[in-house]
Design a protein around this ligand. Structure first.
Ligand SMILES: O=C(O)C1=C[C@@H](OP(=O)(O)O)[C@@H](O)[C@H](O)C1
Ligand SMILES: C=C(OP(=O)(O)O)C(=O)O
Length: 419
């Protein structure tokens, strides 16, 4: 349990954050698929990214950490079969991306995780993998992990993929695509949620020398006989984790500059600053970072389909704003570490805020918050978002502060620099 001390000590604070979770997973995967040695700096070392690292080791990549960089000796796309099941806790990105990669193995791989992982759907990805020749199925009759993938049969070719639940399915097929004999052509059926994460995938594939073409995010083509090029790569800081510090400024009326996170990034969550600006904050864009300064906050109606991970952050800011904020088009939040629509609304209501989770939206009417014991549902973003409420409200106690280890093990140290 951790009780948050209200107030920000200084009027202007600069924070420096660890590497992007999404970029870290992809940098490690691309380097592990390359032939030869890559040196990657700036990587996030958190529970989830280390699970991806360990899984890639199990697939045969050699990965050493010298403290500054991870040095990866890649496999050239020829992966070992894994005798033991690969445990991926509740890292959706590891599970979904590595399920596609397992198709490049030389035998059966079982990928498994926590109880909650066993409730996070993956069948849509497996349907597409089967179309590409890969025997892949859920071990239980649930459409969710554990999954069993039989490598060595990945022909590729044309597949149709439903991307309404997760963009990670598409990233998975694209990342494995260059090593399929026919390459891969993915037609997206249904709305593609969380599109910026696919842009991150394309960015990394491009930087590693693999070409992907697409027709306005509807049909994606990866030609065969391409390979990931090893080299020296750097990981930028995490835009989703920047949100808590911008939100801290928004609710306290102070200024926070997040160093080296800018609108030039492909991380979609950086666009949260545009929403905060609409709500009444002042945003300053500089080459070396982005500053939010709090102001009088008013409600907004905003489509957050492209920025799912910062919805809990925005919800806490909305609880401090005048009027009713409507966060639309976010049904996919129900499939995250917890049901993020239901759980955010429940915890806000415990603080005296009128919050309603609808089927695909969240409505929050700003008001006066009261302190409460915040249940985190083993979800790092619940802990980090609600800690921001503690800056304005006495008596906010985060029940399981340790769950931040999933994406930001040093969160509380950085948070303390605000105070
Ligand atoms: O590909 C990625 O790195 C991610 C994609 C998003 O998931 P969905 O595409 O399932 O929304 C996001 O929520 C997750 O934290 C990271
Ligand atoms: C949804 C998230 O992660 P993942 O899907 O990788 O579990 C997240 O970090 O908010």
């Amino acid at each position: 349990m951790r009780e948050i001390t209200p107030g920000m000590g200084r009027d202007k604070v600069e924070v420096t954050l660890p590497g992007s979770k999404s970029y870290s997973h992809r940098l490690l995967i691309a380097a592990a698929l390359a032939e030869g040695e890559s040196r990657i700096t700036g990587l996030l070392r958190s529970e989830d990214t280390l699970l991806t690292r360990d899984a890639l080791r199990a697939f045969g990549a050699v990965i050493e950490d010298d403290g500054e960089a991870m040095v990866v000796t890649g496999t050239g796309g020829r992966l070992k079969a894994c005798a033991e099941p690969i445990y991926l806790a509740n890292s959706g990105t590891s599970m979904r991306l590595l399920t596609g990669i397992a198709a490049l193995g030389e035998g059966e791989t079982v990928l498994t995780g926590t109880k909650r992982m066993g409730e996070r759907p993956i069948e849509d990805l497996l349907v597409a993998m089967r179309q590409a020749g890969v025997p892949a199925r859920c071990v239980n009759p649930t459409d969710c992990p554990p999954v069993k993938v039989t490598g060595g049969h990945f022909e590729g070719g044309k597949v149709t993929l439903d991307c309404r639940i997760s963009s990670q399915f598409l990233s998975s097929l694209l990342l494995a695509g260059p090593y399929a004999p026919k390459g891969i052509e993915v037609t997206v059926a249904g709305e593609l949620v969380s599109r910026p994460y696919v842009e991150i995938t394309l960015d990394i594939m491009g930087r590693f020398g693999v070409e992907v073409t697409h027709d306005d995010f509807k049909v994606f083509k990866v030609a065969p006989n391409q390979s990931y090029r090893p080299g020296a790569y750097h990981c930028e800081p995490d835009g989703s984790n920047a949100s808590y510090f911008w939100a801290a400024a928004a609710v306290t009326g102070k200024s926070v500059k997040v160093m080296n996170v800018t609108k030039k990034s492909r991380q979609g969550d950086v666009a949260l600053v545009d929403v905060l600006e609409k709500m009444g904050c002042t945003v300053t864009h500089e080459e070396d970072g982005t500053t939010v300064t709090g102001g009088e906050l008013s409600a907004v109606t905003v489509d957050m389909a492209l920025m799912p991970d910062v919805v809990p952050t925005l919800a806490v800011v909305a609880a401090h704003a005048k009027g009713t904020t409507v966060i639309e088009n976010v049904a996919h939040l129900r499939e995250k570490e917890c049901d993020r629509l239901g759980c955010v609304a429940t915890e806000l209501r415990k603080m005296g805020i009128d919050a309603v989770a609808k089927e695909s939206s969240l409505e929050i009417t700003g008001g006066t918050l009261t302190g409460s014991d915040v249940e985190t549902y083993d979800d790092h973003r619940m802990a980090m978002s609600f800690s921001v409420a503690g800056l304005t409200t006495p008596g906010v106690r985060v029940l399981d502060p340790g769950c931040v280890k999933k994406s930001f093990p040093t969160y509380w140290d950085v948070f303390e620099t605000l105070q």
